[in-house]
Design a protein around this ligand. Structure first.
Ligand SMILES: *Cc1c(COP(=O)(O)O)cnc(C)c1O
Length: 409
């Protein structure tokens, strides 16, 4: 990676870019160029029995996850909204979802006129299953966000939801390639939704994927996505007879993926396993460097969780806002960009449930305590393990300095 750490006097500084992705692989660029040369970017603009890149991506992603059906769409948020529409969620309905997540999740719920009901977060950064059980009578659908790749006890979650008649949609924007107890994330619920936006695990700028084993729901999703009467061109969709009635009843809410994005994604899907291992190696390098720092809590990762850590989180639990801000500023001055989920104002990609004012919420003091302590950092694959060691040393120093100053005060 070249010289990413430089010494200015005694102070080590990190000079890498936290938002710098790797280039698109050469095979993907070549495939994209071919699509552009053909001029046939629209997924249904195929000749004879040619499948087209989008249909092939769907086949490959269905095989990758083990799902019966797959639909490629314009974004992860669109995939989630399509799942809600296919399930018949109506304006005014309530939908359970995580308090700790990102704006597109309550946004997808709001986009169909429904109302998010927020469920708390634990110190393990997963949905609070006791809170979910307590709120289970409030909605028929759970939009479960595996936020920052943390996966809850899926057996217990499914038991709660099955007992209460709740349909589960999984938001796997941060868990493509991950699993719980050997079952891929996205395969526990009725639908799994993925994003292929630049900051996720495969990169087409924008894009999304939706998977399910349910023929009727997926036929609706295909129609919703804007398939006109061309659904027979799909290769990972339910058979034509599943569309017999649905094709008359389902509105077209265009949000298709195009062949250019699909061409970029297919080679990346082939590399995904390798990339996931690389992310986890970076994660472990930072995690190892942050052990036994007084005042800093690492997140427990249960043995059932086959995680893909494209980011890392830790807690500064019960720290004052000013002490947290001090740590962020000091790390930033040394080139380490940390995000904080406890800030009073939403900034950048980071906001909290009580800043989504279109979705009224009641206070959740236990969750507020955790959210106030969540520090979050991206781990782009352009970082080396040495970079991660430097980053960890910087965080460790600065957390220790501020912690000692505040506990002395
Ligand atoms: C990115 C993201 C989404 C939505 O993905 P888009 O493709 O940007 O619409 C959904 N959930 C979470 C947690 C995300 O980070």
């Amino acid at each position: 990676m070249g010289l990413t750490a430089q010494c200015a006097g005694m102070t080590e500084k990190f000079t890498g870019q936290f938002t710098q992705q790797e280039p698109i692989p050469e095979a993907a660029i070549a495939a994209a160029v071919q699509v552009m040369q053909s001029g046939r970017l629209h997924r249904y603009n195929t000749q004879g029995d040619e499948a087209g890149e989008t249909a092939l991506l769907e086949v490959e992603f269905a095989a990758y996850t083990g799902a019966q059906y797959c639909l490629a769409v314009a974004s992860g948020g669109y995939a989630m909204a399509t799942a809600l529409r296919a399930l018949g969620v109506r304006p005014g309905d309530k939908v359970l979802t995580n308090a700790f997540t990102l704006a597109p999740v309550p946004g997808a719920i709001a986009s169909v006129g429904a109302m998010p009901v927020f469920v708390g977060v634990t110190e393990g950064l997963v949905i609070d299953l006791d809170d979910l059980a307590a709120k289970a009578d409030q909605a028929d659908v759970l939009m479960l966000s595996h936020m920052r790749g943390h996966i809850c006890d899926m057996r217990r979650l499914m038991a709660i939801c099955n007992a209460a008649g709740i349909t589960v949609i999984e938001d796997c924007a941060h868990t493509m390639g991950a699993s719980w107890d050997g079952v891929p994330s996205g395969r526990w619920g009725t639908f799994g939704c993925y994003s292929t936006q630049t900051y996720k695990h495969i990169n087409s700028g924008e894009g999304g994927l939706l998977i399910s084993d349910d023929a009727e729901l997926m036929a609706r999703a295909v129609m919703l996505s804007g398939s006109y009467m061309l659904f027979e061109k799909h290769r990972a969709a339910p058979p034509p007879d599943a569309f017999a009635e649905i094709k008359y009843q389902t509105p077209n809410v265009s949000g298709r993926m195009d062949n250019l994005r699909a061409a970029i994604l297919r080679p990346q899907l082939g590399d995904l396993k390798t990339q996931c291992d690389r992310w986890n190696a970076l994660y472990h390098a930072v995690e190892d460097g942050l052990r036994d720092v007084p005042g800093l809590t690492l997140i427990d990762r249960p043995k059932e969780e086959g995680f893909v850590a494209s980011s890392i989180q830790f807690l500064l639990l019960d720290w004052s806002a000013s002490a947290v801000e001090d740590v962020l500023a000091r790390c930033k001055a040394r080139g380490v960009e940390l995000k904080w989920f406890g800030g009073a104002e939403p900034t950048g990609f980071t906001s909290r449930y009580d800043s989504w004012r279109y979705a009224p919420s009641s206070a959740m003091p236990e969750s507020d305590r955790i959210l106030a302590g969540i520090i979050d950092m991206r781990l782009p694959l352009t970082f080396s393990q040495d970079d991660c060691a430097v980053i960890a040393r910087i965080i460790r120093d600065e957390v220790s300095i501020v912690y000692q100053a505040t506990s002395a005060a």
